[in-house]
Design a protein around this ligand. Structure first.
Ligand code: SF4
Length: 953
C-alpha cells in the first residue's frame, strides 16, 4: 500500500477543479511499502520539489506564499541514516526545516526528534564557521582564524615528511560516528598508513565479536516486521542502532501478533511496551539465554534440519567427544547434557528474573521457530566483562530455532548492507599499527582506541598527525583526564586537527579546529541493515544542490555552505594532492578522475562512479531520463533489494567448486585443504564465511588463540557480578550505558529543541534502596568509582531493578572559562584544577543560562541543569578477549558529604593507569598459530596486507 495520504471526496473534487493544489498525482518511483498500519503522513509530490509552495507559518494570519526547493539528504544524528527532506527558501537560500523523506526505504518518511532538529544544528549561533589555529599553549583556549590554504599546506607537509621517513604509523585518523561507507578507508590506503581508529570498542564491538565467532558478520539484521517473537537486549524501540527504522518494524510485527520480550534492568520506554519485561541483573543475560536454550533443547523445540546442515557439530564431537559416534543425535544428547546446568532456576538466581517467566519465554521462542527476531546492541554486550558472550548466546537461540536468515528471523548484517564499488582501489598498506591493534588483544574486534592515551604514556609510540572527527573522547570515553594528559603533550601528539562543526571538550586540546558540515552540508553514502532489504542513502549538501537546480552551480561544497565550512570528502582529496604535489609518492594517482585523465577527481565524479555501479539504479534512473547521480540527487535513496533471505543457500558455479571433493561426514566441498562449499539438496551452496562455511557452535579459533574454556557458547560472570560487590559497604553495579532517546553524545549539544526536552541525568535508584539510604528524589549522592567520584542527584523510581543504579551518559557537557562559547544550550561552565599525583578536580561554576544571540530562543532558556559528567570518573576496562571497554562500574553510593556540590568530579589518573595495567594482565597475547597477530579469517577494519599479520620472528 502507498504511504501517501488518500484524499477524500471533497478534497479530490477541490483538487480536480483547481481550488487547491493536487498533491496526489502519481509520480516518481514506488514508495517503500509498509506492511501494515495507516498512512501517517503526506509529502509534497516529487514533481513539485523544485517549486513547492507553502504559506509562511510565521506570517499567520496573513497568507504569504513561500516558494521552496525540496532537496533530500540524510540525517547524521545517529547511525540509522534516516532520510530527510530539506526545505530551501528560494528567495533567501536558507534551509527552513527538515522533514522525513518518504523515498527512503528504511525510515519511510519518519524520523525521531533528532532528525528535524538538524535545523537547530545548522542555525546554531555558536557554531564554528572558519578554521582556527591555537595561538597559545595547547589547551589554553587561545585561538586565531587562519586560512584553509595554511591549514592544508601545514598538515600536508607534516604528513609528507613522515611518509618519506617511513613513519607511516605516526599518522592516525580517529572517528566517532563515521556516517559514511568506506570513504576514509580508501584515503588512508592511498597514503599507505594503518591509521584508522574508531570508537567501536567503547560502543558495540563486544556484541560484534560474539556474532563474528558464529558467522563472520558482526551484527544482527532482524526481520522484526515478520517475526512471531522478538527478543531485545536493549531499549531498541527508543534508542540504539537503527532504532527508528527498527521501531517501525517492531510495532508492525507486534500489530500482526508478535510478542516482544525485553531484558533491561531499567523499565525503559521499550520495556514498558513489551509483553515481557525481564529486569535482569547486569551481566546475567547470557545465563538467562542459555536457560532458554536448555528449555528449547529439553522440550525438543529446536530445528533439527537447520542444525544438522548448518552447524559445525561434527567438529564439536571430534574435539570434545572423540570417542562418541559422529551422529547428529549424539550431538543433541551432548548439547542437552552440557546446557542442563543452565536451569531456569539457576538463571533466576543469577538474574533475579522468575524461573517460570524464563521457561515460558524459552518455549515461546521455540514455538516461534524460524520467525524469531533478536537484537543486542551495546547494553549487556558493552557493559560487562565477557559481554561478548551475551551476543553469542543470543544468536545460539537463533541457531537452535533455525531462524538464521529466514523471513521473520535474524539475518547476518552483511546480507542487508550495500557495499559501494569505488573508482579506484589503492593497495593494502604494508604497516601494522600496534597503537591500534596491540599484541595483547589478538581477537580485539576493533581498534583498542580507548587505550590510546595509556599506550602513548607507556611510550609504545607517538603521533605526528592526529585527526579527530565527530569524536570527543575527553567527554565520551572513560578516563577523559588521561586523554587530556596525552593530548596536551606535544611529545606524544605532534599535531592534533579536530574536524568538527562545533566546539567540544576534545577540540579544546587541538592545534587546528576545522569546521566540517552538518548533515545537510556534506556528501556521504550510507547503508545499514535496518530490515530485510538493502538500500543506499545519499547525504548531500542541500544548498549546493538547490543552487545547481536553480542554475547557479558551485564547484566545491564550501562555496554553498555557511562561512568557510568544508565537507570532509573534498578536504581529503585536496589534502592528498598536497601531500604528494609532484606525484612521486604515488598518492596522487588515487585521486585522479576516472572520466578526465590526469585531472583531479571531483566529488560529483566520485559518487557518479559509485551510482553507475549499483545494481538496478541505472535502469531506474533511465526510466526517468536521469543519470544515476541525478536520480540520487532527486530522491536521496534507492532500494537495491526488497528482501534478502537465505543467502547462505546461494548456488555456487562450477568455477567456484572446481576440483573440490565432498567430505561425506560434513557434506562440505573441500579443495586444496580449504572448505569452498556445502552440499545441500544435491547442490553446492555458499554457506557462511567462516572456516567451516557453517555456523560455528564450536570455535576452533577460541581454542587456537588460548581461550579453550570458551570453545562453545557459555556464560561468563561479569566484573560487576554480585560476588564482586560489598553490599555492606554500599556497593552497587552502575549501568551507565543507556541513551536518552532525544540526545546524541556530543552532537546534540547545539540542538536547542533536544536540550529543552532532556537536560539532566540523575542516578536512577529503586525506592527500596533509597529508603535504606534515607534519601529521596533530588537528594545529592556521591558515587565513588575505582578512580574517583561524581556527585549527582537521585531519581527514586520503581522503574529500576532493586540493587542496581543507572545513569545516562548523555549529559554533563562542559567548558572552562577560557574556552570559546559553544553549545550553550547544554554546557556547564566548570573550573578544573590539576593537583599533584594525577589528581583532577572539576567543579561546576555555573549551569545553563539564557544568553543573547541572533536566535531569540537563547534568551528564553528556562533550564539551568546541564547534568553531570560521569564517564570521566570511569577507568578503562578492556575485556581481555573482545577488547571491548566494559562500561558497567562497581560503585559505592552514599549521601553527598558536606564538601560535595552537584556536578563535582574527582579523578586520580595514576589510579586509572593501575586499573588499566590490572586488566591488561588478564590478556593472552599473540602470536597465535603460525606466528599470526590475529586470525586471518576474522574481519579487521582497514585490513592491511596479509604479510603484516605475521609477527616478526
Ligand atoms: S533515528 Fe537516527 S538517523 Fe533517524 S531521524 Fe532519528 S537520529 Fe536521525
Amino acid at each position: 500500500m502507498s504511504i501517501r495520504h488518500k484524499p477524500g471526496l471533497i478534497e479530490s473534487l477541490a483538487e480536480k477543479v483547481g481550488l487547491i493544489p493536487n498533491l496526489h498525482e502519481e509520480d516518481g518511483p514506488d514508495l517503500p511499502s509498509l506492511t501494515e498500519g495507516g498512512a501517517l503522513t503526506d509529502y509534497p509530490p516529487p514533481d513539485q520539489w523544485d517549486d513547492w509552495v507553502e504559506y509562511e507559518a510565521q506570517d499567520w494570519p496573513r497568507q504569504q506564499a513561500k516558494h521552496y526547493m525540496v532537496v533530500p539528504t540524510a540525517c547524521f544524528n545517529c547511525e540509522a541514516g534516516c532520510g530527510l527532506l530539506s526545505y530551501v527558501d528560494k528567495e533567501t537560500m536558507e534551509v527552513r526545516k527538515f522533514e522525513g523523506n518518504p523515498y527512503h526505504p528504511a525510515s519511510r518518511g519518519r524520523n525521531c526528534a533528532k532528525g528535524p532538529a538538524t535545523i537547530n544544528q545548522i542555525r546554531d549561533t555558536d557554531r564554528i564557521l572558519y578554521p582556527m589555529r591555537r595561538s597559545g599553549a595547547r589547551g589554553s583556549g587561545e585561538w586565531e582564524r587562519v586560512s584553509w590554504d595554511t591549514v592544508l599546506d601545514d598538515i600536508a607537509a607534516r604528513i609528507r615528511e613522515r611518509l618519506q621517513q617511513g613513519a607511516n604509523n605516526e599518522i592516525a585518523y580517529h572517528v566517532g560516528r563515521p556516517g559514511a561507507e568506506g570513504y576514509i578507508d580508501r584515503v588512508l590506503k592511498a597514503w599507505g598508513v594503518d591509521g584508522h581508529n574508531s570508537h567501536t570498542n567503547i560502543c558495540s564491538s563486544g556484541a560484534r565479536f560474539g556474532y563474528a565467532l558464529w558467522h563472520f558478520f558482526d551484527r544482527p539484521s532482524p526481520d522484526h516486521a515478520n517475526a512471531r517473537f522478538i527478543l531485545l537486549i536493549s531499549a531498541h524501540l527508543e534508542s540504539g542502532h537503527y532504532f527508528n527504522p527498527h521501531a517501525q518494524r517492531i510495532i508492525e510485527g507486534m500489530m500482526k501478533g508478535a510478542k516482544l520480550a525485553v531484558m533491561d534492568p531499567r523499565l525503559s520506554n521499550t520495556a514498558s511496551m513489551a509483553d515481557h519485561w525481564m529486569p535482569t541483573y547486569p551481566g546475567s543475560e547470557a545465563a538467562v539465554l542459555l536457560a532458554m536454550a536448555n528449555v528449547i533443547l529439553q522440550d525438543g523445540l529446536y530445528d533439527a534440519e537447520f542444525m544438522k546442515t548448518w552447524v559445525n557439530w561434527q567438529t564439536y564431537l571430534e574435539k570434545e567427544h572423540p570417542d562418541a559416534p559422529r551422529t547428529f543425535d549424539r550431538f543433541i544428547e551432548a548439547l542437552k547434557s552440557v546446557y542442563s546446568e543452565y536451569t531456569p532456576e539457576f538463571a533466576e538466581q543469577e538474574s533475579g528474573v522468575p524461573a517460570a517467566q524464563i521457561a515460558e519465554i524459552g518455549r515461546d521462542i521455540g514455538r516461534a521457530g524460524s520467525r524469531f527476531a533478536t537484537h543486542n546492541w551495546r547494553s549487556a554486550g558493552s557493559g560487562n566483562a565477557g559481554g561478548w558472550a551475551v551476543a553469542r548466546c543470543l544468536h545460539f537461540l537463533n541457531v537452535l530455532t533455525g531462524s538464521v536468515g529466514t523471513e521473520g528471523g535474524t539475518s547476518p548484517s552483511g546480507w542487508n548492507k550495500f557495499k559501494p564499488n569505488v573508482f579506484d582501489h589503492p593497495p593494502d598498506q604494508k604497516f601494522w599499527n600496534e597503537l591500534h591493534f596491540p599484541k595483547e588483544y589478538p581477537l580485539s574486534h576493533y581498534e583498542m582506541s580507548f587505550l590510546l592515551p595509556h599506550f602513548l604514556k607507556e611510550g609504545r609510540g607517538k603521533l605526528a598527525v592526529y585527526f579527530t572527527r565527530v569524536f570527543n573522547p575527553v567527554w565520551t570515553y572513560p578516563d577523559g583526564f588521561t586523554w587530556v594528559e596525552a593530548l596536551r603533550d606535544e611529545e606524544k601528539v605532534g599535531l592534533h586537527a579536530a574536524l568538527t562543526p562545533t566546539w567540544n571538550e576534545t577540540a579544546f586540546f587541538a592545534d587546528y579546529v576545522l569546521p566540517m558540515g552538518h548533515a545537510s552540508e556534506r556528501h556521504d553514502i550510507i547503508s545499514y541493515e535496518t530490515h530485510s532489504g538493502t538500500w543506499i542513502g545519499f547525504r548531500q549538501p542541500v544548498l549546493r544542490e538547490a543552487r545547481r537546480r536553480m542554475g547557479d552551480p558551485v564547484d566545491f561544497t564550501y562555496e554553498a555552505n555557511p562561512g568557510e565550512v568544508w565537507e570532509e570528502d573534498e578536504f581529503w582529496i585536496e589534502l592528498s594532492w598536497r601531500i604528494d604535489p609532484d606525484g612521486s609518492l604515488g598518492i596522487r594517482d588515487h585521486f585522479i578522475s576516472p572520466y578526465r585523465p590526469g585531472e583531479k577527481i571531483t566529488i560529483d565524479e566520485y559518487y557518479r562512479y559509485i551510482f553507475d555501479n549499483v545494481d538496478g539504479l541505472p535502469e531506474a534512473a533511465a526510466k526517468e531520463d536521469l543519470s544515476t547521480l541525478d536520480y540520487m540527487r532527486k530522491y536521496g535513496a534507492f532500494e537495491v533489494e526488497k528482501t534478502a533471505y537465505a543467502k547462505h543457500l546461494k548456488t555456487l558455479d562450477d568455477e567456484a567448486v572446481a576440483g573440490a571433493k565432498v567430505d561425506p561426514e560434513t557434506n562440505t566441498l573441500v579443495a586444496g585443504g580449504k572448505t569452498v562449499g556445502v552440499m545441500v539438496d544435491g547442490k553446492p551452496r555458499a554457506g557462511f564465511p567462516t572456516p567451516s562455511l557453517k555456523q560455528e557452535f564450536y570455535s576452533q579459533t577460541m581454542v587456537d588463540w588460548g581461550w579453550p574454556e570458551y570453545a562453545i557458547p557459555t556464560y561468563i560472570k561479569s566484573h560487576v557480578h554480585p560476588d564482586e560487590l560489598d553490599r555492606e559497604n554500599g556497593e552497587y553495579p552502575l549501568v551507565p550505558t543507556f541513551r536518552l532517546p532525544t540526545l546524541i553524545h556530543s552532537r546534540s549539544g547545539n540542538a536547542k529543541w533536544l536540550n529543552e526536552i532532556s537536560n539532566r541525568n540523575p542516578v536512577w535508584m529503586h525506592r527500596r534502596d533509597a529508603e535504606k539510604m534515607g534519601i529521596g528524589t533530588d537528594d545529592l549522592v556521591r558515587v565513588t568509582t575505582e578512580i574517583g567520584h561524581f556527585v549527582d542527584r537521585v531519581w527514586v523510581t520503581e522503574s529500576m531493578k532493586p540493587g542496581v543504579v543507572a545513569c545516562s551518559h548523555h549529559l554533563g557537557r562542559w567548558r572552562r572559562k577560557q574556552d570559546a562559547d559553544g553549545n550553550r544550550w547544554s554546557v556547564n561552565l566548570v573550573d578544573i584544577q590539576e593537583e599533584d599525583g594525577g589528581k583532577w578536580r572539576m567543579r561546576v561554576m555555573d549551569g545553563i543560562r539564557p544568553y543573547e544571540s541572533a536566535d531569540r530562543d537563547s534568551s528564553r532558556i528556562f533550564w539551568r541543569d546541564g547534568g553531570v559528567h560521569q564517564n570521566i570518573t570511569f577507568p578503562v576496562h578492556p575485556d581481555p578477549v573482545s577488547g571491548m571497554h566494559c562500561w558497567h562500574q562497581k560503585v559505592k553510593v552514599e549521601k553527598a558529604r558536606e564538601e560535595d556540590a552537584y556536578g563535582d568530579v574527582l579523578v586520580d589518573t595514576e589510579k586509572s593507569f593501575e586499573v588499566y595495567r590490572a586488566w591488561l594482565d588478564q590478556t593472552r597475547p599473540a602470536p597465535g598459530p603460525g606466528g599470526l597477530r590475529r586470525p586471518l579469517w576474522l574481519n579487521r577494519p582497514l585490513r592491511p596486507a596479509e604479510e603484516t599479520y605475521y609477527l616478526p620472528e
